[in-house]
Design a protein around this ligand. Structure first.
Ligand code: GAP
Length: 605
């Protein structure tokens, strides 16, 4: 049995980045051409870990919740982003160094060097004033930034669809828009019934001014988003399944208070005390916390933080972030936003399509409706090409304010100019109508996960250093559910018989659905270290005793007339404790599968 002792861990980001590159988790892309900031390639281990995290997300937020999953294009035409507000308002503040020419996020420069915590919410002139007042300097070369203009910079990558520049398009800055624009069709798949949810896992693109901290802030990243459409008046979540989930919350009120701090409570208590005001947001926070724990986020380094009012995105009425602690800093892993009916209303307004759902009344209702039926032979000559717009204005006005039609003339506002029309030409009437229901624009609650930041957190929280038999060791204590490889299989040394047996065992374990790596290079200690560093939970070693035991077993089976089988013992080593146990070869697939499924503990063997 090996002797092991934990070593105290200092900030690990640098060592993790080095390990990630050396062992194939992630590294900067296009290295042969000098690399380019903000783009990372996931190597074989990273791609497997990321794939496992995505599968776990799909299982929990799509399958287990009964939601639909779609896969939309990453490039969308300009009108989509005009409607969504991204073209107008998806900006960061940029300040350029007068000496070295490097661009920086002005709000980050301010936050890093002053007591301001939420500089993003400050107006541009105020950020310029703070830079001047604090004599802030370029983080790259140290030149003064005072007096430099702070500009707004749109984060979307622009492109052209087809030859020429007649149809501008953009790489989507969030996967969400791919769901919203398809709402008129998706609602049909949901049989026009609320509530329903649509998920998507895919790439999003943001031309970040200063990508930083490896895969935490990149220019191309993966999001896993759920858009949950609800009727704001009638739909309520069943909170019973999450009300006892304990969470660490950092509400806006605590952040604003001088001696404010995080608070521990259950989801049920947070809703009852009005700390989380929206029940759907509370529901998804309750679902997400145990999921984060299951994929390996350390719950002592996890919290939900509410956005301050100036920090919220243009579409959100409330938002909580799931944050993880990384070397003393909190990073945002996901956001749980209430987007109201912002997106669907905007797409309805810009596209003219129907982004509504028909809400059936319990009983048909007879209502009075004010309608117009304008005399087009009057509107046409009077308003020319604007005649149809005038009809729209009259319809709106009739629905909103019937009294406007009480006199002889009615006033409308068209492109900033006021116009008077004779009421008799509008065909205004109030009629009784029997209606079976009404068209409503659903509200949207959105849990939005960044997969790259979660992968980084999982690796960071799993990073361990210890000493085994007097030798320093680094290992990743990854959860079996997400570890890229579940078991490594080795022959003890270079030998045809050992290698053949080890390869057979590896094939059997793969057949049982486990992810397996076979390794016969280098001494056994080095092979263990390699698997420890990539976070493989178990290693199986075939030695000469295994072969001898198999042969003895075969001989006794032959004598009894049973089918000959190789069933010697092999050594199974557990990554975290380095404890070793001897198990029969034939039992390996079942035993290791049971451990992988969480039905059996290694200590119980
Ligand atoms: N649809 C909502 C939305 O996109 P967001 O807070 O801007 O909200 C959601 O992004 C998540 O995407 C974040 O919590 C974060 O994990 C991830 N994310 C955003 N920008 C990122 C970047 N530049 N690099 C890596 N991940 C990013």
């Amino acid at each position: 049995m090996s002797e092991r002792e934990d070593t105290a861990i200092e900030p690990t980001s640098e060592r993790l980045t080095e390990l990630a590159k050396r062992r194939g988790y992630f590294f900067q892309s296009s290295g042969a051409y000098g690399g380019v900031g903000g783009f990372y390639t996931f190597g074989p281990q990273g791609a497997a870990l990321k794939g496992n995290v995505e599968d776990a997300w799909r299982e929990r937020f799509a399958v287990a919740e009964g939601n639909m999953e779609i896969d939309a294009p990453t490039i969308m035409p300009e009108p989509v982003f005009e409607a969504s507000g991204h073209l107008e308002g998806f900006d960061d503040m940029l300040v350029e160094c007068p000496e070295c020419g490097e661009s920086h996020r002005a709000d980050h420069v301010v936050e890093d060097e002053t007591e301001y915590e939420d500089a993003e919410s400050l107006p541009v002139p105020e950020v310029e004033d703070v830079i001047a007042e604090y004599e802030l300097v370029c983080p790259n070369c140290g030149a003064g930034l005072a007096g430099q203009a702070v500009e707004t910079f749109n984060l979307m990558f622009a492109t052209n669809i087809g030859p020429g520049d007649s149809q501008p398009g953009y790489l989507r800055p969030e996967t969400a828009q791919g769901i919203f624009v398809e709402f008129p069709r998706l609602k049909e798949y949901a049989r026009n019934q609320l509530p329903f949810g649509v998920t998507q896992i895919g790439r999003a693109y943001r031309n970040e001014i200063s990508p930083r901290r490896s895969i935490i802030r990149t220019r191309e990243f993966t999001q896993a988003e759920l858009e949950y459409f609800v009727d704001p008046e009638t739909d309520e979540p069943d909170l019973s399944s999450v009300e006892d989930v304990e969470v660490t919350l950092y509400p806006a009120s605590e952040q604003n208070a001088e001696d404010g701090s995080e608070i521990e409570m259950t989801i049920g208590e947070a809703v009852a005390e009005g700390i989380i005001t929206d029940q759907w947001v509370a529901y998804f926070l309750g679902v997400a916390k145990p999921w984060y724990e299951a994929v390996g986020v350390d719950m002592d380094r996890f919290r939900y933080r509410q956005h301050l009012s100036g920090e919220r995105a243009h579409y959100a009425s409330d938002c909580w972030d799931a944050e993880s602690e990384i070397d003393g800093n909190w990073i945002e892993m996901s956001g749980f936003a209430h987007r109201g009916n912002y997106d669907l209303s905007k797409h309805a307004e810009h596209s003219g399509d129907r982004f509504t759902i028909f809400r059936q009344y319990d009983e048909p209702k007879t209502v009075e409706r004010a309608t117009v039926d304008p005399d087009m032979s009057y509107l046409g000559p009077e308003f020319g090409g604007n005649a149809q717009a005038v009809v729209g204005k009259l319809e709106d006005l009739a629905a909103r304010d019937r009294s406007a039609f009480d006199g002889e003339a009615v006033e409308i506002d068209l492109e900033g100019e006021s116009h008077e029309l004779p009421v008799e030409k509008t065909g205004f009437a109030v009629e009784e109508q029997t209606e079976a229901g009404e068209h409503i624009t659903p509200h949207v609650v959105e849990p939005s996960f960044g997969i790259d930041r979660l992968v980084y957190t999982v690796l960071h929280h799993a990073y361990r250093e210890d000493e085994v038999d007097g030798e320093e060791r680094t290992f990743l204590e990854l959860e079996p559910e997400v570890a890229p490889t579940f078991v490594g299989v080795f022959p003890l040394q270079s030998d045809d018989e050992l290698e053949a047996e080890a390869r057979d065992i590896a094939a059997d374990l793969r057949e049982a659905g486990l992810s397996v790596t076979y390794d016969d290079s280098g001494n056994i200690g080095r092979r263990y270290r390699r698997q420890d560093e990539v976070g493989t939970p178990f290693c199986v070693t075939v030695d000469y005793e295994s072969i001898e035991e198999s042969e003895a077993q075969r001989a006794s089976d032959d004598a009894s007339g049973d089918t000959p089988r190789a069933n010697g013992g092999v050594t199974v080593r557990e990554r975290d404790s380095t404890a070793q146990k001897r198990l029969p070869i034939d039992d390996l697939p079942e035993t290791l599968s049971a451990i992988r499924a969480g039905d059996l503990e290694f200590e119980e063997l």
